[in-house]
Design a protein around this ligand. Structure first.
Ligand SMILES: [Zn+2]
Ligand SMILES: [Zn+2]
Ligand SMILES: [Zn+2]
Ligand SMILES: [Zn+2]
Length: 272
């Protein structure tokens, strides 16, 4: 990493520079970010424009008040910098509607911020846009070794890639724990998708993949909770020698805490 590489500075969380580049969406006059009205034309400024129907919604709204489409958010904006971990080319910023992503011009790999990826998984409209923009590659879905790697020479089956943004090696994980689609993720910057992988995830979600995984997780969690409760009840019923009383009491409290946490987690899974 040379000094030039890191110069296109500030790859941290999205934080616009102090200089107000914000403009009135109606007349284009420059405006302070937190101003409620445009000093030039008087229109309301605390608004976001829908990329689907162009109606204005309150700035804090998540969805368009007119058509219900997902509204742009700072967390969805593509980093706008970074390099393809395989081709070393600069990524180019694009968007699926309100959700931004960066794409390698050679291998068509995609880099999305975590929030942007979550928006894709949650929002059916955005998923439809992904399907239009990225028809699934023929060979992709279940093979962990994705196609397109030949382009950069022979690679081993398991390869840790550098984050396009910070160049640290990314973690690999099987999406959803059982989709067969292996993702590379940087905790701080986002997720990398080989060509066709995002489309494969969308297809997986549309086929109810998450519902199956959630059902399995729920099952596992409630079993854990039952086990812990059994163990706790057993410890209580047995009774402890006095010298061990304090230590065991602590153990019981910790056990209760874990059971509580698992119960909360199970509740969270049930709600989703
Ligand atoms: Zn104006
Ligand atoms: Zn709209
Ligand atoms: Zn590439
Ligand atoms: Zn990173």
């Amino acid at each position: 990493m040379s000094a030039e590489d890191s110069r296109p500075a500030d790859r941290g969380a999205f934080s616009p520079p102090e200089a107000p580049t914000f403009r009135c969406p109606s007349c284009g006059a420059p405006a302070a970010r937190d101003a409620r009205g445009c000093v030039h034309c008087g229109s309301l400024l605390a608004t976001k424009r829908c990329v689907t129907c162009f109606a204005l919604s309150p700035r804090e709204a998540e969805r368009c008040v007119k058509c219900g489409a997902l509204l742009p958010a700072a967390a969805f904006v593509a980093e706008g910098s970074g390099r393809c971990p395989d081709c070393r080319l600069d990524l180019v910023a694009h968007a699926f509607g309100a959700v931004g992503y960066s794409e390698c011009p050679r291998c068509a790999g995609l880099f999305l911020k975590r929030e942007a990826f979550e928006a894709v998984t949650k929002d059916a409209d955005t998923r439809a846009k992904v399907r239009l923009a990225e028809p699934p590659a023929e060979a992709v879905p279940t093979a962990p070794a994705a196609p397109g790697k030949k382009a950069s020479g022979a690679l081993p089956a398991v390869k840790y890639r550098a984050c396009p943004s910070c160049a640290k090696l990314m973690n690999r994980s099987n999406y959803g724990g059982g989709s067969g689609i292996v993702l590379d993720a940087c905790r701080d910057h986002g997720l990398w998708f080989d060509r066709g992988e995002l489309a494969a995830i969308v297809a997986f979600l549309e086929k109810g993949g998450w519902d199956r995984i959630r059902a399995r997780e729920r099952e596992k969690l409630s079993e854990e909770v039952r086990n812990l409760q059994t163990r706790r009840d057993f410890s209580r019923s047995v009774g402890m020698p006095t010298s061990d009383w304090d230590r065991n009491q602590q153990g019981l409290d910790a056990l209760g805490g874990i059971a509580g946490l698992l119960t909360a987690l199970a509740g969270w899974f049930l709600k989703r």
